[in-house]
Design a protein around this ligand. Structure first.
Ligand code: FPP
Ligand code: MG
Ligand code: MG
Length: 323
């Protein structure tokens, strides 16, 4: 789903410039990436992460224009996100993303790994060139967190004993860290107070968690066509998300099916019915709403502006993907 244009309208021109810049920065960098650049940074992505960075940049600069550093931070954020997806599709053996074939399915695993490595390396280079040590530390932490989250998830496949806290912790590493730390970095570049940068961090953290929980619900409730990738793929691959963890509290047989890794015919369908017949999806929706609402509390003290309003609406948009 494309975010309502009105939501991003205060930074629409910035996002167009960002798309052009990314294609140039990446495509010119290496011949391997020329073909992949158009594919990676063309239409299809929601650009939520750079939109948040740009909205926060404008909301904290107010009467002054945003700087080239703010723009570069938004580009770095999208580059890191894209690199992680290129690697993720190799790890998950996913053939489709956003309804188009993934880099590894088009160009092979070797190119996909190199393309992801190159994007990470290039993002580090542009990051260092921002010449702001605090921002370098925030975004380097994100790259570590992405790898940590992916490792945690890989090690806990089909482990029905994981708690909702473990799930949220992993979701922070996988998804929320990037949004939280880049939101904070935008505030750092605007030279706002430490109190404000902490609020921006928590805004990003809560939005990121809500976003991941919603994504995990949609994996159960949407069609492959809407998702742009196969449905129910999390459960099938043993990635136990919020709806499953809540359902496990009510449906003990679900544990049996998960622990034997859906080895017998009909196991996966039975597990899906047990989840549907539980409060799992509803409780996951409530958890997502809790995080979306908490996010908004953290930007209440920003001076009123179109951009602050858009950041508030972002919380509704994240939840609206469910309906
Ligand atoms: C998507 O999750 C994946 C991520 C958000 C992070 C992936 C991170 C890595 C593969 C590690 C990156 C490597 C380095 C060197 C830092 P998903 O598979 O649940 O979602 P999807 O349905 O969008 O594929
Ligand atoms: Mg994946
Ligand atoms: Mg994955």
């Amino acid at each position: 789903m494309t975010p309502a244009t009105s939501l991003f309208s205060p930074v629409e021109a910035d996002l167009l410039l960002l798309a052009d810049n990314l294609k140039q920065l990446v495509g010119n960098g290496h011949p391997i990436l020329c073909a992949a650049a158009e594919h990676l940074f063309g239409a299809g992505g929601k650009r939520i992460r750079p939109a948040i960075v740009l909205l926060i940049s404008r909301a904290t600069m107010l009467r002054q224009d945003i700087t080239p550093r703010h723009r570069r931070l938004a580009e770095i954020t999208e580059m890191i996100h894209t690199a992680s997806l290129v690697h993720d599709d190799v790890v998950d053996e996913s053939e489709m993303r956003r309804n188009v074939p993934t880099v590894h399915s088009l160009f092979g695993n070797r190119i996909a790994i190199l393309a992801g490595d190159f994007l990470f390396a290039q993002s580090s280079w542009y990051l260092a060139n921002l010449d702001n040590l605090e921002v370098v530390k925030l975004l380097s932490q994100v790259i570590m967190d992405l790898a940590t989250g992916e490792i945690q998830q890989g090690l806990s496949r089909f482990d029905s004993s994981i708690t909702i806290e473990t799930y949220l912790n992993k979701s922070y590493y996988k998804t929320a860290s990037l949004i939280a730390n880049s939101a904070k970095a935008a505030g750092v570049l605007s030279e706002v107070s430490q109190e404000v940068t902490e609020h921006l961090y928590h805004y990003g953290r809560h939005i990121g968690l809500a976003f991941q929980i919603v994504d995990d619900i949609l994996d159960f409730t949407s069609s492959a066509d809407t998702l742009g990738k196969p449905a129910s793929s999390d459960l099938k691959s043993g990635n136990l998300t919020a709806p499953v963890l809540f359902a496990l509290e009510e449906q003990p047989y679900l544990e049996v099916l998960i622990e034997r890794e859906f080895a017998q015919e009909g196991d996966l369908d039975q597990a899906l019915s047990l989840i549907e017949d539980s409060q799992g999806l509803q409780r996951a929706r409530e958890l997502a709403a809790h995080h979306a609402h908490s996010a908004v509390e953290h930007i209440a003290d920003l001076p009123p502006s179109d951009c602050r309003q858009a950041l508030i609406k972002m919380a509704d948009y994240v939840l609206s993907r469910l309906y």
